[in-house]
Design a protein around this ligand. Structure first.
Ligand code: GLY
Length: 558
């Protein structure tokens, strides 16, 4: 393999990286230190950004096993500069063939507590490996095997427990210590691993080696498949070998929209993210006061809350897997429809209270992971990947090191029953065999008026992802804040139901007082989103990783 000549490598500060160099620029922003290093190393070896993406996806699966992994799935938005084309790939989990609309209800039709969230019944058919394999086949340059090598080495030789991991091990210690396979990996002397302890994942390395050798079949038609099905069947789950052999990644058409002079491309259904980000940007353009100031006024905050509320009402009413139900994508982002919403918001005297769900308990922290890889000569990668909740279903398939997702909880398990993010769904998002649960993951790409690459961003954070990504874009493009301020500044969140407006402590106290006096049901909460973003302009490319999390931005000039 021919190595490229690297003239400058700048290892940046942990959370931000920028440069005025005139050379070619490559930036990766991820939540994993080793993952970012691996993405960059693949570039050094002569890989393209898809190669870096594949290697980074396997690496982050090893490095942040509580939030993502090969037992889960995700989305990719990819701009190929040479082809001048945006690709939108869906390798999210699908409902098993034996799934049923009422599978989480008892004989009286009541939801069986936690049944969609914990254990083998919460597991949907994983899609990550199939997605990576097909995407690599279509766009990759380096050999598949080589891209798995760094992840295999990481799983085998291990890495020290970092603060985020120590926190989630402590929070889930009862689960980890009681689950044989997980206990073997994540505990020592009957205690969960502590900060600085080494995490060694030998079984996962064995599984990754099988995938390196056999490609897609290494996960979907091998001893790994048999072990997963056996573990699930033993605990009375419904995943079958046929679920694995029939899994297919799907190529989607991105949702597109104009905001100011920018063109925004984001993830279409089964994600709700793209539609609502574009809806909310267009509503903002019509409703916010002016874009001359970098600060957000009290009145703008009221409009921002109303915009979020209307978008999430649409999410509950219309969104689902468009292969199974009709989702009026074009209508929801159309000027005609949005001008009706603008009028509704303009006529709205105050916050609309919803009386049906006051404050459902949020069961878990929102995990998932996001990373961007941008090369100004090649294109942009924005990918969000997940096993859903912390440690997914809490089930590790015996002898494989694979932690299985609990993505079934992203379906509306029963109309009116909130999922673990407190979101209510309708029949559009009801369970059906092979259907994809509705997602909020919002990998997004933005281009300027000359169709030049401008931004790549996304975040983890459950239903909050959409408002986090939207506010970051808004602050950067409308309020013209620096990317660092746009990512790290205070956020708010309203999702129609439950009836509350989340805000961060750092929100200006005068804004807090104003909203409180106006009767908004405020609730303080740190934003769970760890936004990762890269911004490009004529001379400068900057990468920012949210200061709320453990981000790792690395740059290469060559
Ligand atoms: N599981 C989180 C999401 O897909 O939005």
């Amino acid at each position: 393999m021919k190595n490229i000549l690297l003239s400058v490598v700048l290892l940046c500060g942990l959370l931000t990286c920028s440069s005025f160099e005139q050379k070619r620029q490559f930036i990766v922003t991820s939540q994993g230190k080793v993952t970012s290093q691996i993405a960059l190393k693949i570039k050094e070896l002569g890989g393209n950004i898809i190669d870096s993406f594949v290697a980074a996806s396997f690496a982050i699966s090893v490095e942040r096993p509580f939030s993502t992994g090969i037992g889960g799935g995700g989305f990719l938005m990819y701009f190929d500069k040479k082809m001048n084309k945006v690709y939108s790939y869906d390798f999210r989990e699908r409902a098993p063939l034996a799934a049923d609309r009422d599978m989480y209800l008892d004989q009286k039709g009541n939801y069986i507590k936690d049944s969609s969230r914990k254990g083998v019944l919460s597991v949907a058919v994983p899609g990550l490996v199939a997605g990576l394999y097909d995407i690599h086949k279509k766009h990759g340059k380096l050999p598949w095997k080589l891209l798995l090598k760094p992840a295999i080495e990481l799983a085998e030789s291990g890495f020290p427990v970092y603060p985020d991991l120590a926190k989630v091990l402590e929070k889930r210690k009862k689960l980890i210590l009681s689950q044989g396979s997980m206990n073997k990996v994540f505990s020592k002397k009957s205690q969960v691993l502590q900060l600085g302890d080494s995490v060694i994942q030998k079984d996962l390395a064995k599984t990754l080696r099988e995938i390196a050798i056999k490609g897609r079949n290494g996960f979907y038609d091998s001893w790994v498949t048999r072990q997963i099905v056996k573990t699930v069947k033993k605990a009375k789950g419904i995943l079958s070998k046929k679920d694995f052999s029939s899994y297919q990644m799907k190529t989607r058409n991105a949702v597109e929209g104009k905001f100011l002079n920018f063109n925004v491309f984001s993830m279409p259904p089964p994600s709700s993210g793209g539609i609502h980000i574009i809806q909310m940007l267009k509503l903002a353009e019509n409703l916010l006061k002016n874009n001359k100031k970098t600060s957000v006024s009290n009145k703008d905050y009221e409009k921002i809350i109303a915009i979020m509320q209307r978008a999430y009402k649409d999410r509950a009413d219309y969104l689902g897997d468009a292969d199974f139900v009709k989702v009026p994508v074009k209508k929801l982002v159309s000027d005609a429809y949005l001008s009706q919403i603008v009028q509704l918001i303009k006529n709205q005297k105050s916050y609309i209270n919803k009386d049906h769900i006051k404050n459902p308990k949020i069961q878990e922290n929102e995990e998932t992971t996001h990373f961007n890889i941008v090369d100004d000569s090649e294109g942009m990668i924005s990918s969000t990947q997940t096993i859903n909740g912390w440690w997914g279903s809490g089930v590790m398939a015996e002898g494989t090191g694979v932690i299985l997702n609990n993505e079934m909880d992203d379906f509306s398990v029963k109309a009116g029953v909130p999922n673990m993010f407190g979101a209510i769904g309708g029949l559009q998002n009801a369970i059906a065999p092979q259907k994809t649960p509705l997602s909020s993951m919002s990998p997004t790409l933005i281009f300027d008026q000359d169709n030049k690459m401008h931004m790549s961003l996304g975040a983890p954070g459950g239903t909050r992802i959409i408002t986090c990504v939207w506010q970051t874009v808004l602050k950067s493009l409308w309020y013209k804040q620096s990317l660092k301020d746009a990512v790290n500044g205070p956020r708010i969140h309203q999702q129609w139901s439950p009836d509350k407006v989340e805000f961060e402590k750092s929100l200006d106290s005068s804004v807090q007082k104003y909203l409180l006096a106006k009767g908004y049901p405020l609730k303080e909460r740190v934003s769970p989103c760890k936004v990762q973003a890269v911004k490009l302009s004529a001379k400068k490319m900057i990468g920012v990783s949210d200061s709320r999390g453990e981000g790792h931005v690395l740059r290469l000039s060559y």
